[in-house]
Design a protein around this ligand. Structure first.
Ligand SMILES: C[S@@+](CC[C@H](N)C(=O)[O-])C[C@H]1O[C@@H](n2cnc3c(N)ncnc32)[C@H](O)[C@@H]1O
Length: 214
């Protein structure tokens, strides 16, 4: 299900930079070989992530939720010379496809690919990040946010995916809302009330929360 009608989606994609051929091939491969391919960021959101990264020009990026590597490749487009993108995924079965496409994209040397539970890996990373993308299991969003905020430089950005949860966060009444939508509601409130940050919720695909550390 999408928050936007098809004509609207087609129009914004038509007047957005084309999807690079390599990413279109990765999308096809993901739809053929991986479970739940709709998890992939896709053309429009991918170009948005690439654009944010190009605006920030990060030296260190952290991504939570690699999946088949689509968003990592987009985020890496803005990396500064010598920069590194850390990306974490708990599912080791995805490694082959992600690594193949990191190699094809020519970013293998810039990617530090970590397999395991992000909650355990993040505290071990001895880095200060300029940009973080949170796109893994929703019930841990609050925990990821707390961990990464400590490792984010002032004026650094966190982008969080799926914060509109197909609209359920604002359409359903308190008693009817699913557990996951309620978790996301709580997360959005937590971020919005956090005095350490400023935030904007962008109605992009399933909702992107963009957070700047003061
Ligand atoms: C929505 S997909 C990521 C999509 C990807 N960012 C993209 O746009 O192409 C979520 C991923 O988070 C991973 N994941 C779930 N729980 C995790 C955890 N505790 N630590 C690390 N990765 C996790 C899943 O294995 C899955 O591949």
């Amino acid at each position: 299900m999408s928050l936007f009608n098809k004509a609207f989606q087609d129009y914004i994609e038509r007047f957005t930079e084309k999807e690079p051929k390599l990413l279109a091939a990765l999308t096809r491969m993901t739809y053929t070989k991986a479970h739940r391919p709709q998890m992939l960021s896709g053309h429009f959101q991918g170009r948005v992530l690439a654009t944010f990264s190009q605006m920030i020009k990060p030296n260190r990026i952290l991504e939570i939720g690699t999946y088949t590597g689509y968003s990592a490749i987009c985020l890496a487009e803005g990396l500064k010379e010598g920069g590194i993108l850390y990306t974490i995924d708990i599912n080791e079965e995805l490694e082959e496809m992600a690594q193949l496409y990191f190699a094809k994209a020519g970013i293998k040397d810039k990617v530090n690919y970590c397999i395991g539970n992000a909650l355990e890996i993040i505290p071990q990373l001895d880095e200060i990040f300029d940009l973080v993308f949170i796109d893994a299991d929703k019930k841990r969003y609050g925990a990821y946010y707390d961990l990464v905020l400590e490792k984010l430089r002032p004026d650094g950005f966190i982008i969080v995916d799926n914060v509109l949860w197909r609209g359920e966060v604002f359409t359903e009444s308190e008693g009817k809302v699913s557990k996951i939508a309620q978790t996301i509601r709580n997360f959005n409130k937590k971020v919005h009330e956090d005095p350490r940050v400023e935030n904007v919720l962008f109605p992009i695909r399933d909702g992107l929360m963009v957070v700047r550390k003061k």
